[in-house]
Write a protein that binds this ligand. Structure first.
Ligand code: NCD
Length: 303
């Protein structure tokens, strides 16, 4: 069966655990050990929005597994600029590649693309919707650098427009994590997602104050205010710089605290924090490689 990766809702807890275990097996290859598991396979990357980590870690994962990558390149230089629809682009590229990684500004674009594709579509972010592969690497980071047992986590920043936290909160509810949502009132987690989390039996509370939670959590998951999603730039200006993680704030942190961030960061984590024992965001970005290896191997039926 064609297995697309569109949303965390498509996964059971057991399936997630299998992916995380597979990723662990791929770690030596992510660090450079040779492999030809995906030789002869081609991955297509289509990014209709900017990306550094997601695109390059997919590409790294594919190449370290012996596969090849074709890339749509910039939207301005592709037929998208001539007005080609996403559906047509997907139909064509599905005849070239064995899987498609898609990032698109429109919520629901990946689901729609999957309807037209004869190869697996992997959602690398659809507007303010979902970002399931980021979530899997976030879960992997928690598994490797912290623990799911009794996990207390604060999701901080732009919880309205941030797609990483939408996917992550849903997944964390499957791990029975104790979640605190920290955001300005205007950027709270959308009601529909909160309702869903509660239906899953999740324990969540909301606050606007990071000071209130910093001493209580094992993981601080910090996010960027999503400038590009604000209909009104003046509204963004009001929200910019709402939170900043500094050494001073961390004086109250638990000893075992880890700080995660999907990156890119703007100014929400003081660079001086990078040198503290709490910082894990660069390690987290590395974990994107073994996790995406596991996903590619599964999508291409090699694992
Ligand atoms: C995130 C995204 O694109 O949603 N980046 C990423 O994939 N690591 C987070 C962001 O852009 O703020």
């Amino acid at each position: 069966m064609l297995r697309h990766i569109i949303s965390m809702r498509d996964f059971s807890r057991d399936e997630i655990d299998i992916i995380l275990a597979k990723a662990k097996e791929f770690e030596p290859i992510a660090r450079g050990k040779e492999s030809n598991l995906l030789s002869g396979k081609i991955l297509a990357t289509l990014f209709y929005e900017p990306s550094t980590r997601t695109r390059l870690s997919f590409e790294t994962a594919m190449k370290r597994l012996g596969g090849k990558v074709i890339d749509l390149g910039s939207i301005e230089s592709s037929s998208v600029a001539k007005g080609e629809s996403l559906a047509d682009t997907i139909r064509v590229i599905g005849n070239y590649a064995d899987a498609i990684v898609l990032r698109h500004p429109r919520e629901g674009a990946a689901r729609m693309a999957a309807d037209y594709s004869n190869v697996p579509v992997i959602n690398a972010g659809d507007g303010a919707g979902h970002h399931p592969t980021q979530t899997l690497l976030d879960l992997y980071t928690i598994m490797r650098e912290s623990s799911f047992s009794g996990l207390r986590i604060a999701l901080v920043g732009d919880l309205k427009y941030g797609r990483t936290v939408h996917s992550l909160a849903y997944a964390l509810s499957m791990y029975h994590a104790d979640m605190t949502l920290v955001s300005p009132r205007q950027l709270q987690m959308p009601e529909v997602i909160k309702k869903d989390l509660k239906k899953q039996g999740a324990s969540i509370r909301e606050t606007t104050s990071i000071e209130e939670v910093v001493s209580d959590v094992d993981v601080l998951y910090v996010t960027r205010i999503q400038k590009e999603r604000f209909p009104d730039p003046a509204e963004y200006q009001k929200m910019a710089g709402s939170y900043r993680i500094t050494g001073e704030l961390l004086e109250k942190a638990r000893d075992n605290l880890i700080i995660m961030h999907p990156l890119p960061r703007v100014d929400e984590i003081d660079p001086a924090v990078d040198r503290t024992k709490y910082a894990r965001y660069f390690q987290q970005s590395f974990y994107g490689v073994p996790v995406r290896m596991a996903l590619l191997a599964m999508a291409m039926e090699a694992a």
